[in-house]
Design a protein around this ligand. Structure first.
Ligand SMILES: Cc1cc2nc3c(=O)[nH]c(=O)nc-3n(C[C@H](O)[C@H](O)[C@H](O)COP(=O)(O)OP(=O)(O)OC[C@H]3O[C@@H](n4cnc5c(N)ncnc54)[C@H](O)[C@@H]3O)c2cc1C
Length: 446
């Protein structure tokens, strides 16, 4: 980097190396990078970009697989906008700076005897980055992280600081919780919290036929049900998380290292590299690795049960379907893999979410099941993802905003009943498209 100047306690610098996302499939070359240290400095950076005729994009940790966070204008880095502003035990909420990593939030909440209700598989993302694309875990009654937002503060294109909640600017709140970075720069988020609780996780291998035939019951009987199917096999690994009165019984250090580090990261990395170099061995590896995971039960606080480290780099596509379509779609996916020459080294993940009321949430207004496909970094992905996308779109699927897909605004206006509500708000808050990039032009229109 060269040409660093400081503004307040934040910094502005000309970017001379490209920005790159976690998966390494998206790069961009911003004209300059800004690291504001307060909402006021951020608003100033937004105003200055507008004066210079540059577009603005705030990034989180670059964990999106789409180019949603890419910009050739001003890149706002969140590194100095972190920390907890306040915890309100009466309303049971926490207010955090938008660049706070979920990991830091989870650890700080646990120290205070508090927790979010539900979350995704990892906690590296920033709170604003995660919620802006609708990051979710799995849940029968509890929804995405964005659905747990109670108030949001954002800097709009005019440089104004706007607060929204169910009571204040409710039409902004209805859309901006999953705003795709299109409505403004989020500076702080207030989440609902609850007293920290224990979850008992039951991981258990099951056959594909059993999981798919019992899917409705497994979903109905568990607070958080998910499973992985290993392509080229009839094997699945299921995970059921339910609240527990305790006592805590975390996985032993050896068992945890074997499952979470050796099998899910270390050996898996070796298996993926081998599969990429010699694709015909993938089905044999899949049979071996799907049998290596054994049943286990443990009880721990939520973030330790929901999340785990993901060190093997991959590309991902995920579609949200009406929940009743999930089993049919998954069976079609399995049949497609079996009759094709495709060799797929990564498991397919299936999760659920209840309907929510956020305009562009993938679960907006409908009970949802998610089907996610992954391929090891560097593996040609187009044939597999295209075939999967064809199946998912035939079921009215809505792609995750942060994961690979090829859909555009015309498609979205058909699968999101409230699409026009979002674009009208965008027209009002960002008429000159200060926050636009190529991705937003494709998915929301000009
Ligand atoms: C290993 C891995 C595991 C994952 N697991 C899950 C999972 O379990 N569930 C799931 O749903 N997804 C998952 N994802 C996807 C990931 O959660 C989303 O793509 C998420 O948006 C990434 O957050 P980020 O902080 O990296 O944001 P980025 O990818 O950097 O940015 C995402 C969007 O947020 C916007 N943004 C960031 N900060 C602000 C701000 N302050 N104001 C306004 N807009 C902002 C950006 O402009 C961009 O539009 C996973 C991704 C990876 C790589």
């Amino acid at each position: 980097m060269s040409g660093t100047t400081t503004a307040g306690s934040g910094s502005v610098r000309t970017a001379d190396s490209p920005w790159r996302n976690w998966a390494g499939n998206v790069t961009s070359r911003p004209v300059r990078e800004v690291s504001p240290a307060s909402a006021e400095e951020l608003a100033e950076a937004v105003r200055r970009a507008a004066e210079d005729g540059l577009r603005v994009k705030t990034v989180g940790t670059g964990h999106s697989f789409t180019s949603i966070a890419a910009t050739d204008g001003v890149l706002i880095r969140p590194g100095l906008l972190t920390g907890i502003r306040r915890i309100d035990r009466e309303s049971m909420t926490v207010t955090v700076e938008s660049g706070t990593p979920l990991k830091r939030l989870n650890v700080a909440l646990a120290r205070e005897g508090l927790s979010l209700t539900n979350m995704g598989d990892i906690m590296e993302q920033t709170v604003a980055g995660a919620t802006s694309t609708g990051t979710h875990g799995t849940g029968r009654d509890s929804a995405s992280i964005a659905e747990q937002i109670r108030e949001l503060e954002l800097v709009t294109a005019s440089g104004e600081l706007l607060t929204c909640s169910a009571k204040e600017n409710p039409e902004v709140f209805a859309a901006a919780r999953i705003g795709l970075g299109a409505l403004g720069v989020v500076t702080a988020i207030t989440f609902a919290v609850e007293p920290v609780f224990l979850l008992t996780a039951r991981e258990e291998p099951m056959t594909f036929d059993r999981v798919t035939s019992e899917f409705d019951a497994l979903h109905a009987e568990n607070e958080h049900f998910e499973f992985y199917w290993f392509p080229h096999t009839d094997n699945c690994n299921t995970k059921r998380n339910n609240r527990s009165a305790g006592p805590a019984a975390p996985p032993g250090r050896v068992s945890s290292w074997v499952e979470d580090e050796l099998l899910s990261n270390g050996l898996f990395q070796v298996a993926c590299s081998l599969g990429r170099a010699v694709p015909p061995v993938i089905p044999s590896i899949a049979k071996l690795s799907s049998r290596a995971l054994s049943a286990r039960t443990y009880t721990d606080i939520p973030y330790k049960v929901f999340t785990s480290p993901r060190r093997v780099r991959f590309l991902e596509m995920e579609y949200a379907l009406p929940r009743e379509a999930a089993v049919a779609a998954l069976r079609e996916l399995k049949a497609m893999v079996e009759r094709s020459p495709l060799k797929v080294s990564f498991p397919v993940e299936v999760r659920t979410a209840p309907a929510d009321d956020i305009a562009l949430s993938t679960a907006s207004g409908r009970e949802t099941a998610y089907i996610a496909v992954h391929l090891y970094k560097g593996t040609p992905h187009r044939a597999y993802f295209t075939a999967v996308e064809r199946i998912m779109t035939a079921h009215g699927g809505r792609p995750h905003w942060g994961k690979v897909h090829t859909r555009d605004a015309a498609y979205f206006s058909g699968v999101y009943p409230r699409f026009a509500e979002f674009t009208a708000l965008r027209d009002r808050l960002d008429p000159d498209r200060l926050f636009a990039n190529d991705y937003l032009r494709r998915v929301l229109g000009d």
